[in-house]
Structures are given as C-alpha cells and as structure tokens.
Design a protein around this ligand. Structure first.
Ligand code: ADP
Ligand code: ZN
Length: 732
C-alpha cells in the first residue's frame, strides 16, 4: 500500500486521537480496510481493534457500518468517537422514535462517518433497503466470535450476518475478535461468507500486565495486601459464586476498602447502579462474578484479582485482559485453592453432552496447571494460544521478577516430602502430610502413630502455605499424584526416581507478597498530586458531559499532562491522547487547572521547554527540567556534546543506561538534532522504518530493520521523530 495512505491514516490518528503512531498490526489492518480486502483481525483485548476500522472510516468517503452485540458497547464507542470529533451514531432498541428519526436524517444527509447497529436490526429488510442507498463504505463486525458456536459467547442473531455480503456486494466485510482459537477463526470467516479474507493475528502477550499467582490461605489478608498496592485505583475482584461475591465485598468493606458487588442474582437496577458507580469512578473496586466485564470498555482498570480460580485459560486471558487497556502497567493476581477445581467440577456436572463436559474438564485442569506451575506466566499464556514469547524474561510475572526463588537443594527437599508420603503409606492428603512434616501433635496424627515417623517435624520451620505450595509443585511436575475421593498423595514412578536420587525437581520458595512492587516506569516524571488533581477535574468534566471519565481523557493522557504540565496550547498538542477536538473542548480547563496547581505548589511547568525554537538554537533552560539530580550529571555531559560511549566511559555506566538518559535529555529539551549521538545514515534508516510501521512500539521497527540497529538507538531516533512530528503539528 502506498505511503500516502499510511500518511493520511497517521495524520488522522494524530489529529483526532492525539496518538503518535500505530500499535502492532494496526497499520496492516487499516490498510486492508482502505483497499477493500475482506479481513479478519485477531488482537487481544486492549490491542486497539476499534481504531483499526475507525481511522479508515474517517479516512475515506462514505459511512462505515459497525455491527456490535451490546447496546452499552455501542454507546461507549459512539461517545468516544464524538468526544474526538468524529460524527458517529447508533441505532438500537433503546432509542426514542425521535432519536431514530434524527439518526436517519443524518444518514440521508450523508453526515455520518460511522453507524453502530445491532445485528438483528441490521438484517431487517427495510433497514437493508434504507442503508443500500446510504453510501456504505465498508462493514465492520465487532466481537466477531459471537457468530461461532465454538466461541465463548455465541449469539444466534450474529448468524444472519451472512446476508451482508449479498446485500452490500461492494462493501468489504471485516471481522474483529480477541478470541484466539483456530476453530473459531475459521468458523467466523466461513459464517461471514469471507472465506478468502486476509487473516491477521497479533501477539497475545500483554506486556503491560503483571501476572502473579498465590495459593489462597488467608483470602481477606491476601486481598488486603494486593489492594494496598493500588490505593485509589480502579479494579475488579472476581469470584466464582454469587455468595462469595457478597461475602468478599462485605469483608473488604469492613477492612476499609469501599467496594460494590455485582452478580446475576441482583436486580437489573442494582446491577446497573453498581456498574455505573464503577465506570463513573464513584467507587474504585467492584467485586463480581464473570457476569461483569463484557461491555465494559473502561480503559484504566489498574488491577484484576481472581479471588478464586477461573474456569479456563481462555477465560483468564479475557477477564484479566480487562486490566490496562490504556497500555499502562496493571496487575493481574490470581488466588487459587485446590477446592476451586471441585467447585468447577460441581458446576459442570449437569452438562449433558459428554464431549463438552470433557472439554470443560480439560480446560479446568489446564487452568490448574497454570496455577501450580513454576514457569513464566506470560509464556504459559501465549503458549496456550499457540504462540511463543521471545524474551527469556518477561519482567512482569512473579516468576521472572524472582518473587519465587529456587530452593538451594531441591532434591533433598523433594526427598524429605516424598519419603514422608511413603512412610504414611500413601493414604493421606496434602493437609495431613503438611501437618506431619511440621511436627504437629494433632489427635489424628498421634492416633496413627505418625508422630514417631522419622519424617515427623522434618520441615518444622516451614510455614504451611509454603509446604502446600511445594506439594503443588511436585504434583505439577509429576513426582506426586492425587488419588481417590480424598485426594491421597501417592508417589509416582518419577517420584521413586527422585527418592533414589535419579531425578531432581524444580522447587521454588515463595516470597512474602509485600515484596511485589507494581511496575512504575510509566510514572516517571509524573507529579502524582497533580495527577490526582487532574483526575478530579476529569470527573467534573465527565459529569458535565454525561460520559464516563475515561472518555474525557485516558489515564495515560492525565499522566502525560502531570509530567509535562503544559500551560499553553502549543505544549498541549504534544500530549498523548489529545487531538484537535479535545484540545478545543477541554484545553482551557486543563491549562487553567495545571497553571493554578503548579503556581500554588511551586512546580515547574511546560517541562519540555518554552518553545521548540529555543531548543534547536541551543538556549536550553535548565530550570524547567523534569528529571531529578541523577540525570543532571548525564545531561551535563550530553550538553557538552559527548557521544554515548564517551558518557558511558566517563560515568562507568552501560551504553544502555546512558541511552535511556539520552532519551530523557532530548525529550526534556525537545532536541531534534541528534547528530552528535546517532550517525545521520542510521537516523534515516530508522525514520524510514518508522514511516512504515509507526513507533508506538519499538519491536516492529527493530524487526523491520532486521536487527541492523539496536534498541537503544532506535529509541532515541523515535523520540526525536516524535518531537519533530509534534513540532510540525504546532506549526500548522
Ligand atoms: P480492543 O478493542 O482491542 O480491546 P480498543 O480499541 O478498546 O482495544 O483500544 C484500547 C485502548 O488503546 C483505547 O483506549 C484506545 O484509544 C487505545 N489505542 C488504540 N490504538 C492506539 C494507538 N495507536 N496509540 C495509542 N493508543 C491507542
Ligand atoms: Zn515471566
């Protein structure tokens, strides 16, 4: 596809949404829409599917039809589009007659760029007839997996969408879904009558999500510790049953966390009220069954906790994926206990179809395996969906963050545990075995004479949760198995080898959960108090405009504002997520809030510099820099024009570290001339690559360059490129 199309897509992305570049696969997906090639795009939740059709819709003539399953989703999308100045509307059963007439008039006047519509309405003959004369540019099917019986959310009304290909022979059809299975994918293409569709499948990894698993021993205490890491932030706590939703919500309220419950047993009205309170940020924490979530587009969910084990990895991916849609860091924690498996078995017992039931059991056991395994969580998740993770260390799970340390002598520890199991005659469960190993004199143990075993008290210094966790690890690695109604522990043939010293398990020690720190890279330079002030301003604007706060600004935008602290319009255009419309509508309120706050708190403003011209002429003002003293020594050397290597030598730091500071430096002073650090030829190569794949993420750029340029240098050129872009917009 030629470069001018890409350029016009990029220009609209910046003008309307205020985003500097594409996310992975967005450019490819948009290009297919621009060239009328039927397509099916599979991207994880938060991957940015909506923009894949929204940006093309405004970049070409005519009106795009968007099929969407839920009224709440449609409304949300239309609100978001209107907020960025795109003319969009929806047709659904909840509208008044007047409202419908207004929308019809807009369509007749060819004033709409996007029309959202429910499938059952779209396929009505009179609707089709009306729309046939309405200049439809293309058709987008959101949540396309709803068309497949094999998906997790089959909706029979989606099946009728097949007729669209005949009704609108000139319009290409594009499906969008986060569902990863091959079977569902093939089914979607088949059902939509787009067998030749181009299929794009993105990476299922969500690098900004931090995954952790803990064995559930003290649910309230564990939840409390996790929630304390997220004071004042929005999040969801999932439970399996309604009863547990109520009791968990209650316990959390009692220990001072304000929460609201949500489950199918509540009245429609109560549910709506609680959902709205969450969306409008009147309450931060919602405790819910999985009935909650679909249709919630809230982008700043900062944590998702499963207080009980989810039903399958597909479910877990979906549910935990509701965190961090804005691309900022977020935490996904799972608390599990062995009895969760029984709960799911119980819930599935009425499934009549034996094939479905077996599939359900397999899914539960894969989920359980995830809980007890000792491998990178990100890797396990993507591998489940048939993909691989490139990095050895994801840097965002309990395993890779070394929150679970390998024990010193795993073979000896494993032998201690297994020999205890053998000496007890392999007739007891995990709880009992743990008691024996810890040296308990419980009645039952004494009755069995087990206080006389040589293994009694062998691990008396280890807490019970740690022992139980090691049992899980030995079970998951096949050294032990559980048998019979009472889940008695039994040593497997592999376990016998371990006892003979012929095999070694991998055993990890749990660290205290407090050590878990949320990643806070993306808070760098952000004044947190100002962020809170801006959040309050966002809430006020949301009430005025009667839309959810995240439609006004995302958290990413608020952080960028609290980092750069603009007090005039020129700087405002550089802020992530502020396009022309939002600048016009909210610019004055934002600038005023920042100005007043910074004045009364003696904070530097317009952190970048006073004006871009000053930077290029060398008159950099040190007084307004964001960075603390650590960066000052780097900045001094950069200012003297020293190369990256020279600075690295002088300060005895790695090239990588120096590059990061260099990035901050050129950002802080909005430097576009980076010749002192990167040879012009390299700059040119990188910029060409950015023109092709955007620079929202660096990996595609790196790959496009086939490894010719390393990440630190790409990062610097990308930073300079973004500054250039925003300068260009300023000049317009
Ligand atoms: P999905 O439908 O795949 O779950 P969304 O379309 O809701 O994802 O996008 C998730 C969030 O990411 C939204 O807040 C959206 O504005 C933002 N987003 C999408 N594309 C980009 C981009 N290229 N740059 C920055 N943010 C983006
Ligand atoms: Zn990991």
């Amino acid at each position: 596809m030629n470069e001018s199309v890409t350029a016009s897509l990029l220009a609209n992305l910046k003008q309307y949404w205020g985003y500097p570049g594409f996310r992975p696969l967005q450019r490819e997906a948009m290009t297919l829409v621009m060239s009328d090639r039927d397509s099916l795009v599979v991207l994880p939740t938060g991957g940015g599917k909506s923009l894949c059709y929204q940006v093309p819709a405004i970049s070409r003539d005519g009106m795009a039809l968007v099929v969407s399953p839920l009224i709440s989703l449609m409304k949300d999308q239309v609100d978001s589009l209107q907020a960025v100045g795109v003319s969009a509307a929806c047709i659904n059963s909840m509208q008044t007659a007047q409202n419908k007439r207004d929308v019809a008039a807009l369509i007749r006047r060819r004033e709409l760029k996007l029309l959202y519509i429910a499938p059952e309405r779209l396929v009505q003959p009179q609707t089709i007839e009306f729309l046939q004369g309405a200049g439809v540019s293309f058709i987008a099917i959101d949540e396309a997996h709803c068309i497949s019986q094999w998906g997790h959310d089959f909706r029979p009304e989606y099946r009728q969408l097949r007729c669209l290909k005949t009704a609108f022979p000139n319009a290409a059809v594009h499906g969008y879904t986060a569902t990863a299975t091959e079977q569902v994918r093939a089914d979607i293409a088949e059902q939509l009558g787009i067998a030749d569709a181009e299929i794009l499948v993105g990476s299922f990894d969500r690098p900004n999500l931090q995954y952790r698993v803990e064995r559930r021993t003290d649910p309230t205490g564990q939840l409390q510790r996790i929630l304390q890491r997220h004071k004042g932030e929005s999040g969801i706590v999932y439970c399996i049953s309604r009863k547990n939703v109520d009791s968990t919500s209650h316990s959390l309220n009692r220990i001072g966390f304000k929460t609201l419950p949500y489950h199918a047993g509540m009245s429609d009205e109560d549910r709506r009220k609680n959902q709205d309170a969450f969306i409008d940020e009147d309450v931060n924490i919602i405790v819910a069954t999985v009935a909650f979530g679909m249709g919630i587009d809230k982008s700043n969910v900062r944590f998702v906790i499963h207080a009980e084990m989810p039903q399958s990895l597909e479910n877990y991916q979906q549910e935990s994926g509701r965190a961090g849609r804005d691309g900022l860091e977020a935490e996904c924690c799972l608390l599990y206990a062995a009895r969760d498996v029984d709960t799911w078995e119980f819930l599935m017992k009425d499934t009549e179809d034996p094939a479905l039931r077996q599939a359900g059991q397999r899914a539960v056991s894969a989920m359980q395996q995830y809980c007890v395994s000792t491998r990178c969580r990100h890797r396990q998740l993507v591998e489940h969906f048939g993909q691989t993770l490139e990095n050895d260390n994801c840097g965002a799970c309990d395993f890779c963050l070394n929150e679970m340390q390998p024990v010193d002598e795993p073979m000896i520890l494993g032998q201690k545990i297994l020999s205890c199991v053998v000496r007890q005659g392999e007739r007891f469960g995990a709880a009992y075995t743990a008691q024996v190993l810890r040296g308990s004199k419980a009645k039952r143990i004494v009755e069995n004479g087990h206080e006389k075993l040589s293994t009694w008290g062998l691990l008396k210094d280890e807490p019970e949760p740690q022992l139980r966790n090691w049992f899980d690890q030995l079970l998951s690695q096949g050294f032990l198995r559980q048998v019979g109604e009472y889940n008695c522990l039994e040593v497997t043939p592999l376990g016998r080898q371990l006892l003979k010293g012929q095999a070694t398990p991998m055993l990890l020690r749990l660290q205290v959960a407090e050590s878990a720190q949320p990643v806070d890279d993306q808070w760098q330079g952000v004044d947190r108090d100002l962020f809170e002030e801006l959040r309050a301003m966002r809430n006020r604007l949301a009430v005025q405009k009667q839309v959810p706060p995240y439609i006004i600004f995302s958290d990413a935008t608020l952080r960028d504002l609290a980092r750069q602290r603009p007090t005039h319009g020129g700087v405002l255009t550089r802020i992530h997520g502020i396009g022309a419309q939002k600048q016009k509508e909210f610019g004055a309120a934002v600038l005023q809030t920042i100005e007043e706050w910074c004045q009364s708190h003696n904070l530097a403003t317009n952190i970048e510099i006073q004006s871009p011209v000053v930077a290029s002429s060398g008159g950099r003002s040190r007084s307004s820099q964001a960075s603390g003293s650590a960066s000052a020594e780097y900045f001094d050397l950069f200012e003297q024009g020293l190369s990256i290597e020279e600075v690295a030598n002088q300060l005895d730091r790695t090239v990588d570290t120096v590059s990061k500071y260099l990035g901050e430096y050129i950002k802080a002073y909005r430097i576009t001339d980076i010749d002192p650090w990167i040879p012009p030829l390299l700059q040119k190569l990188v910029k060409q690559a950015i023109g092709q794949v955007g620079c929202e993420r660096l990996k595609p750029v790196f790959e496009h360059l086939e490894g010719q340029v390393d990440y630190p240098r790409i990062r610097i050129v990308a930073t300079a490129w973004e500054i250039e872009q925003s300068n260009a917009t300023d000049d317009e």
